[in-house]
Design a protein around this ligand. Structure first.
Ligand code: PLP
Length: 391
């Protein structure tokens, strides 16, 4: 090997081409700045409920420290199948149609790797979770973002998806409620998307990680629509509903052949999810509902306050019906998303994420996570009001 050549030349082209996460890039600036109020990282401010933590401790005490089946503990898969049947309206066989993963993050990654041949196209809606485009690129797929608009409450228009479909389109990724906009969908629009999936023979990956954090009405699951179970991979996890981000635990449900393909990728890359987290997840499904409801009510109060405040201070903001993000417009200030976020941080020590971190169409918006203590949110909003007045 020629040791004079830089080692960076050995990095694969498709990895080199990936940008670093816009969130991480921005929060590198925040590191070490004193007195900053962060509405940045999308993570519950609650500690995992005690009974769930205790289940993890008890698992350790019993010496539960081994590998599990590649699919995950059968007891957990059975509990997942029950929850998905009751809460989302789709029945899965826990033996071969449920796969326990290291968070929804891993489930997304192995779904892409299991499904895509080089050049296959994947449609998803933007602004969106930062991992979708890189996950597609890492699996050698072609990312095809569909733009969602503020005037539609950031819902996806079925006709915008239809316009993006080509003969190479294989997969459609949906995420409701949506990170970063809090967008949700109506049943008729979801049905129109389901009709497109049938017409064009698409596989749908539905990421419903925020479904428990739906504030108005009931969460409508894509997988419950007629005919969708057979062409859908349903992804869900424990990070948001049970404040279990650090446990790194999630799952995928789908038709046998697709779960089998995902299991192969999982088997050779991850082997299995942590047994301690799996034991904790069983307790979350058995006895975690009331904690989730309490957290949801707390988020709802904060959402109502932050959205009202943004509108009052001149940053127009739609009412997000789910998740824990507000997505106000900064367009009236004349600043770009990044200019606004950087100046707000430097001048008022409030950290929010520029909308562009979630796709180009996030320009003009800011993502503000309200999973932060109410007094911190009040202080952040007051500082933002001062900043807007100073412009
Ligand atoms: N999907 C969406 C839409 C998210 O917002 C996140 C995390 O923020 C994830 C998936 C990843 O979740 P997990 O912690 O289960 O890996």
């Amino acid at each position: 090997m020629d040791t004079t050549t830089p080692v960076s030349q050995f990095v694969a082209d498709h990895v080199r081409a990936l940008p670093r996460s816009g969130i991480r890039e921005f929060f590198d600036i925040v590191q070490g700045m004193p007195g900053v109020i962060s509405l940045g990282v999308g993570e519950p401010d609650f500690v995992t409920p005690w009974n769930i933590r205790e289940a993890a401790i008890y698992a350790l005490e019993r010496g539960r420290t081994t590998y599990t089946s590649n699919f995950g503990l059968l007891k957990l898969r059975e509990a997942i199948a029950r929850r998905v049947a009751e809460g989302f309206g789709a029945a899965y066989n826990p033996v071969n149609e449920v796969l326990v993963t290291v968070g929804v993050s891993e489930a997304l990654d192995i779904a892409m790797r299991a499904l895509l041949n080089p050049g296959d196209e994947v449609i998803y809606h933007e602004p969106c979770y930062v991992s979708y485009m890189p996950g597609i690129a890492l699996a050698h797929g072609v990312a095809r973002p569909v733009v969602c608009r503020a005037e539609d409450g950031f819902a996806v228009r079925p006709e915008a998806i239809a316009a993006m479909i080509t003969p190479r389109t294989k997969v459609l990724v949906l995420n409701f409620p949506t990170n970063p906009t809090g967008g949700t969908m109506t049943q008729p629009d979801l049905q129109a998307i389901a009709d497109l999936a049938v017409k064009h023979n698409l596989i749908v990956i539905t990421d419903e990680i925020y479904s428990e954090l739906t504030y108005e009405g009931h969460h409508a699951s894509f997988v419950a629509l007629p005919g969708m179970r057979e062409r859908t991979i349903f992804l869900h996890g424990f990070s948001k509903a049970y404040a279990m981000t650090g446990f790194r635990i999630g799952y995928a449900c789908g038709p046998v052949d697709l779960i089998e393909a995902m299991m192969k990728v999982h088997q050779y890359s991850m082997l299995c999810a942590s047994i301690i987290s799996q034991e904790a997840a069983i307790e979350a499904l058995r006895n975690g509902q009331s904690a989730t409801e309490e957290m949801r009510e707390s988020y709802r109060l904060r959402r109502d306050f932050i959205v009202r405040s943004f509108n009052e201070i001149g940053l127009p903001c739609h009412l997000p019906r789910g998740a824990f993000y507000a997505f106000p417009s900064v367009q009236p200030t004349g600043l770009t998303s990044k200019e606004f976020a950087v100046r707000l941080l430097k001048e008022k020590s409030v950290a929010c994420v520029p909308g562009t971190a979630f796709g180009e169409c996030g320009e003009g918006f800011l993502r503000c996570c309200y999973a932060t203590a109410m007094d911190r949110i009040e202080e952040a909003v007051e500082r933002m009001a001062q900043f807007v007045r100073s412009l």
